[in-house]
Design a protein around this ligand. Structure first.
Ligand code: ADP
Ligand code: MG
Length: 496
């Protein structure tokens, strides 16, 4: 693919992307949400037309305008929701539309031939699946493998798998990898899109990193480290926002001896005014539970907690709110957004709770405060009275930040603040976080993405298996340092 360009309305999804595939290679494409991976492959499959660029097969320019053009060239994609016939057999699904007929009897299905031919395809993929079994008697993972067999049974040169393992368990993923190996042996090229970096490092011959609709590099296996890939995915744009040298403000909040049985052991830390404190670690390190525990969202024991020099306790989020501490939950859909309310009403819920005891709430004041807060975080909306569902994921997340800011908190706790938002909104959210810190708000944050924490935080607590294993500050705060620490801790664990 050469110089492939695609825009959707105002969004540039691909800005001149080159992408090559060798015969019999597994080529992984990785990148953050919204990087353009699916769009690039949908263009190759004839699902979307491209705005510019070209596609060449064996050096010859080809026109792919519809899915059937791609299929004719042997380019096929495994979809997450497959179009199959659950009540029919595996064999009938593999050969759907191309069922073998008995010689001389065009309406009579040759079921013996069908079963034999299906067994042959399944054998090539080394799949232990009965061709006669009804499709709905198989697991979802097996059904997905039947899709691969279906693709292979027609002429197949390139197979595309977009997030194919996202719903598979470890055993099922391994079966899929074995199937991919079998495809390679036949000289078929596989494009493999996944957000599981470890898995990509294992199976791909080459890895292409997309960022913001551009190819930022294609790397052969073994020539790039995981940390470098993460860096490529995120880019240096975060670093560019140069961390201001920490003239550390006074301590505004401290926690001594936070424990959650089996999850977090004796965690202590201090938070300074205007500081971004990151808590990071691999999944299972206890980082998320720790901050939920500290806000009364998970049962925890805390020896001592101080806010502005006074001993306090938070056993419920409303205690936090009255101390001027607000919290952004990690799960937008189930925990924070009220779908039956408008954007304005959603933004006001905390503010209403914080003022209702003291004032008779004026509707006008509520509107003004809400609009001001929504504007501050740049929520893109038709109007504040629209239903909250009309906002994109990224704008819903900004609306939630507006909700936290409306109460003018001194401390903000952010649990995975950019989960599931597009790249553009991510950047805006980072800017909002920086701006808050500059205004003197103190921030505690964690994220499922380590580079996000290291990019934003002035100081980082590194956790592993419930323990704080290190505290890094200023120039020490890098993804490489964090990864080195957590891998050392994991290795020490295995040997000790
Ligand atoms: N059908 C579409 N309509 C409008 N915008 C789209 C559509 N598909 C993708 N986009 C936008 O194009 C960009 C790239 O999306 P996508 O290719 O799905 O990324 P990825 O698969 O890497 O997560 C995103 O900003 C996304 O919002
Ligand atoms: Mg995608």
């Amino acid at each position: 693919m050469r110089e492939v360009r695609k825009t959707f309305g105002g969004t540039v999804a691909l800005s001149g992307v080159d992408f090559d595939l060798n015969p019999g290679e597994v080529h992984a494409i990785i990148g953050e949400n919204g990087a353009g991976k699916s769009t690039l492959m949908k263009i190759l499959c004839g699902v979307y037309p491209m705005d510019g660029g070209s596609i060449l097969v064996e050096g010859e320019p080809v026109r792919i305008q519809l899915p059937k053009d791609a299929l004719a060239l042997g380019i096929n994609m495994i979809h997450q929701e497959f179009a199959n016939f659950s009540k029919l057999s595996v064999a009938e699904n593999v050969f759907v539309g191309r069922l073998p007929r008995k010689a001389g009897f065009p309406l009579a299905l040759d079921s013996r031939d069908l079963l034999l031919r299906t067994a042959e395809v399944l054998g090539r993929l080394r799949l232990p699946i009965d061709p006669g079994a009804r499709l709905d008697s198989l697991s979802v993972a097996q059904q997905q493998l039947v899709e691969v067999a279906k693709a292979l049974s027609a002429n197949l040169r390139i197979l595309i798998m977009d997030e194919a393992t996202s719903s598979l368990n470890l055993r099922e993923s391994e079966q899929l990898f074995a199937t991919i190996e079998a495809l390679k042996v036949e000289g078929i090229s596989v494009v493999y899109i996944s957000h599981r970096l470890k898995e990509v490092m294992d199976i791909a011959d080459r890895i292409t990193v997309l960022r913001d609709g551009a190819n930022v590099g294609t790397f052969p296996r073994g020539h790039i480290e995981e940390a470098a890939i993460i860096e490529a995915m995120l880019g240096r744009r975060l670093r560019a926002a140069v961390k201001k040298a920490a003239t550390r403000g006074p301590t505004v909040f401290s926690v001594t001896g936070l424990s959650i049985p089996g999850k977090v052991r004796n965690l202590s830390f201090e938070l300074h005014r205007g500081e971004i404190l990151g808590i990071t670690g691999l999944s299972g390190s206890g980082k998320e539970l720790a901050i939920r525990g500290l806000y009364g969202l998970w049962p925890s024991r805390i020896e001592r907690m101080e806010c502005n020099g006074e001993q306090v306790s938070i056993s419920h989020p409303s205690d936090g709110l009255s101390l001027g501490i607000t919290y952004l939950a990690e799960e937008r859909k189930n925990m924070s957004v009220f779908p039956q309310l408008t954007i304005r009403e959603n933004a006001s819920v905390l503010w209403m709770r914080s003022v209702w005891r003291r004032f008779v709430v004026s509707r006008r004041r509520e509107r003004e405060a809400s609009l001001q807060s929504l504007r501050r975080v740049n929520v893109k909306m038709a109007g504040a009275e629209s239903p909250v569902d009309s906002l994109s994921g990224g704008n819903q997340q900004k609306m939630l930040l507006a909700r936290l800011l409306m109460v003018q908190p001194e401390i903000v706790i952010l649990n995975d603040p950019t989960r599931g938002v597009d790249v553009g909104s991510k950047q805006e959210i980072y800017q909002i976080i920086y701006q808050l810190a500059r205004e003197g708000v103190s921030i505690i944050m964690t994220s499922s993405e380590i580079p996000e924490v290291t990019a934003l935080a002035d100081r980082v607590i590194v956790m592993s298996k419930g323990h704080k294993i290190a505290e890094l500050s200023d120039a020490e705060v890098t993804t490489d340092n964090v990864l080195a620490l957590v891998t050392q801790a994991a290795a020490a664990d295995e040997h000790g």
